[in-house]
Design a protein around this ligand. Structure first.
Ligand code: XMP
Length: 327
């Protein structure tokens, strides 16, 4: 099939009307491409795969099979939200795979950041391929490829995985309904498709998830401290009008401990590091300076509510010299 490219004169999708016209056009194209065959989609809950899922549900209903892999490195409430929105509300044909033990067992004792990323990426493909082989009649694979992915892969910056890097025996034809869109357009289309704003406008979240925020060898208890502190931070940013204003914010729980006093007793526990940054291009980032009273409130909640944390630190380092993530 000829590669579909973004027309040079394409109007930027900024309104519900333009989004609806795009959706109607894609529904017709997908129906024509797919016929009565099944389409498989890895649904992470991120913006791009969620919008593709919502669009394909409209186009082909339960001919779409969504697979949500929980690798144990997702944020608090994410798998539940994917199930609620797609299975319960949109009536998607959704396979939920609890692969938490599979991933965490493989990652046990692995300290090198690149090796951690590699294991997570490779195992994701293994789990997804296992599910794909169990299904019959699937001829297509849907992907949330967007226009910047195509441009970056053409410029040699980023590898664009054709067919998601799947093994060759899984020889699917691709369905990429948002491939000519920029990210802001994907969000407008997602809203028009009825996805919750929290899903469409969520902050960037790396593929290896909380794994890169639990530096060194991941342990289940420290990972839980990352997840719980991240949930408190997100809740507080939302309550205080910072959601959607600050570009990215999260917590990191490093693999060392310090002395403290917890409930009147000497404790020896991890610190929790808060990072909040702003950027336009992610090449350079500045640090968001939080109100001191708000900071005190965050320290209080995190040290009292998160098991294993007795100290909170703030990362004041811009990028460069630091990167956004800690590993
Ligand atoms: P860094 O740490 O490189 O992060 O300054 C820049 C942006 O990229 C995100 N990031 C990743 N995203 N896989 C991803 O999908 C990764 O391995 C990865 N590492 C970093 C990071 O969250 C930030 O938004």
């Amino acid at each position: 099939m000829a590669e579909i490219r973004r027309p040079d004169d394409m109007v930027r999708i900024t309104t519900p009307e333009l989004a609806q016209a795009f959706i109607d056009e894609q529904i017709a194209l997908v129906k024509e491409q797919v016929g009565d065959k099944k389409v498989l989609l890895a649904l992470s809950g991120g913006v791009d795969s969620s919008v593709v899922a919502a669009l394909l549900i409209k186009a082909i209903g339960d001919q779409l099979v969504c697979v949500h892999v929980n690798h144990g490195l997702l944020r608090k409430g994410e798998p539940e939200q994917v199930i609620e929105v797609f299975r319960n509300q949109m009536k998607a044909n959704l396979i939920y795979v609890d692969a938490v033990d599979r991933f965490l067992d493989l990652l046990a004792g692995v300290t090198d950041p690149e090796q951690k990323r590699h294991i997570i990426g490779e195992e994701f493909i293994n789990v997804f391929a296992d599910e794909a082989r169990k299904l019959e009649g699937v001829e297509f694979l849907a992907q949330g490829t967007i226009w910047p992915d195509i441009l970056e892969s053409e410029a040699g910056i980023k590898a664009h995985h054709n067919a998601g890097g799947l093994p060759e025996d899984l020889n699917f034809e691709l369905v990429e309904p948002v491939r000519i869109l920029f990210k802001d357009e994907v969000r407008v289309v997602g809203e028009q498709l009825g996805l919750p704003a929290g899903m469409v406008y969520r902050q960037p979240f790396p593929g290896p998830g909380l794994g890169v925020r639990c530096p060194g060898a991941i342990t289940r208890d420290r990972l839980e401290a990352v997840r719980e502190s991240d949930a408190i931070l997100r809740e507080e940013f939302a309550k205080n009008g910072l959601e959607g204003k600050v570009w990215q914010y999260f917590t990191v729980v490093p693999d060392f401990k310090s002395t403290g006093v917890t409930n009147g007793k000497r404790s020896f526990e991890w610190p929790c590091i808060i990072r909040a940054i702003n950027t336009t291009d992610v090449v350079e980032c500045s640090v968001e300076h939080l109100d001191p009273a708000f900071m005190d409130h965050l320290v209080k909640r995190i040290t009292t509510e998160v098991e294993g944390i007795n100290r909170v630190l703030y990362d004041f380092t811009p990028k460069p010299p630091a990167t956004v993530e800690w590993e």
